[in-house]
Design a protein around this ligand. Structure first.
Ligand code: IMP
Ligand code: MG
Length: 179
């Protein structure tokens, strides 16, 4: 697995530092609120697991699985729910936890959908931000770090469902693509 990595972009120590900083900020900002972390599976599972343990205030968690409608139709603006939340978000201050904000298409539709359910508040936390690839106007309230426009894997991010278990974030070698 390691042999398929061109370069380590963010190492384990840097990831831990980022998570610690985000956790501290979120704990401060939400100390008088009713925090619900919503993880969008599967990519954000590692970020979620680490971030929730870096948060020092009481919080709830829930998970969603979504897929965007009609690949290629970037303006379709709707998401298909594969697995919905178990919890009604009405009285919660919802914080969506994502691995990476890329084109933003899926996430902007998800935000629209969740805000229509009337949560107390709704914000977005993403570990990684790839602003060069943005197709819709969306900004995360909490960002771990910006990343360049390269295909990266690890710490939850996959290529063809592999490499999610790498403990760091790396750039994949061309030779590993379609191997
Ligand atoms: P988008 O913002 O709607 O384009 O979707 C973002 C999703 O695409 C993320 O949640 C990831 O699952 C996936 N993604 C985007 N960039 C990468 C990457 O560099 N490596 C692996 N997955 C990525
Ligand atoms: Mg994802």
């Amino acid at each position: 697995m390691q042999a398929d990595i061109e370069k380590v972009l963010i190492n384990e120590e840097e990831l831990a530092e980022m998570i610690k900083r985000l956790g501290a900020q979120i704990s401060e900002d939400y100390k008088d609120k009713n925090l619900l972390l919503v993880s969008v599976l599967k990519g954000s599972v590692v970020t979620m697991a680490d971030l929730m343990r870096a948060i020092t205030i009481p919080c709830s968690i829930d998970f969603m699985v979504v897929s965007s409608y009609g690949k290629g139709t970037e303006t379709s603006g709707s998401v298909k729910i594969i697995k919905d939340l178990d919890i009604s978000i009405k009285d919660y201050d919802v914080l969506i936890v994502e691995d990476i904000l890329d084109s933003g298409v899926t996430l902007s539709s998800l935000i629209e959908l969740l805000s229509s359910r009337g949560p107390a508040s709704l914000k977005l936390c993403t570990l990684l931000d790839k602003p060069d690839r943005r197709k819709v106007d969306i900004k995360a309230h909490y960002v771990g770090t910006k990343v360049p426009d390269a295909f990266i894997v690890g710490y939850g991010l996959d290529y063809a469902e592999k490499y999610r278990n790498l403990p760091y974030i790396g750039i994949l070698k061309d030779s590993a693509i379609n191997k």
